[in-house]
Design a binder for this molecule. Sequence first.
Ligand code: ATP
Length: 301
Amino acid sequence: LLQLFRPLDMLGMVYRTVRQGLIDMAEMFRLIDTEPEVRDAPGAPGLVVRQPTVVFDQVVFGYEDGRTILHGLSFEVPAGSHVAIVGPSGAGKSTIGRLLFRFYDPWSGRILIDGQDITQVTQASLRRAVGIVPQDSVLFNDTIGYNIAYGRDDADVKRVIQAARAAAILPLIERLPEGFDTEVGERGLKLSGGEKQRVAIARTLVKDPPILLLDEATSALDSRTEQEILATLRRVSKDRTTLAIAHRLSTIADADRILVLDHGRLTESGTHRELLAARGLYAEMWARQQAEKGTPTETMN
Ligand code: ATP
């Protein structure tokens, strides 16, 4: 009976998360037995990443005919740098992440990783190169080890342990009598939001991806847990090209570059200080969020 319920449980969880953010949509398509819209080009080679630079070049995209969401978006994330995307709700931030992971293809324009158009390489190689830490992670009703190793088909024990250590979840696992074999999820050990997030980070790190896509990765957490997770993310993203999609500006103020997206167009870009000085949409959003927190706004003097 358990076996019968498992796929259904999983589908429910996967579906909920897809609606909210970014997860492995290929898995969802497999589960609901539908053909994905995106296919590998015939004879497509694997993506070869030497310098993990990400480029959006005049990208135009919408989900439905007649409703354009991204209007010719161009930006570059230099190899090893940290770029954050901010902007009002519905601006198209998560859409950028979905396109980078190739859940959809642009209507026109190109997305390049290390100079290679992502529509011209295999999806498997693309998804191995880009690690996603989604806003709400999916935990399967299986062991904690399975949940981490799921990030990569050929993950061996050593990799799983390394990933758990880097995500700072190893001490918890080591305290469990059954260790990595502990069942988690609805019928197993209940993990807190922060612990789930750490499992998601470990799952991503198992792939050792040169590029990280952080989708509002700490939104559901209390502020202390959020700070701890942010510290972990900062550590694991240190030498990786990182694109962070954020609502709360305080979590990305130290990014090398911040892109402000409004109605599918880039309206501003710069460092936190530059954008405050520009007194545009970013400065306005920053002031509003500081006021909500009840702390004085930062001044530029
Ligand atoms: P938020 O900060 O609220 O998460 P966002 O900037 O990430 O917003 P997106 O999720 O990228 O915004 O959505 C941009 C626009 O695309 C929105 O108007 C949204 O309604 C629309 N949209 C998103 N996903 C789909 C979809 N699967 N089908 C149709 N429209 C969609």
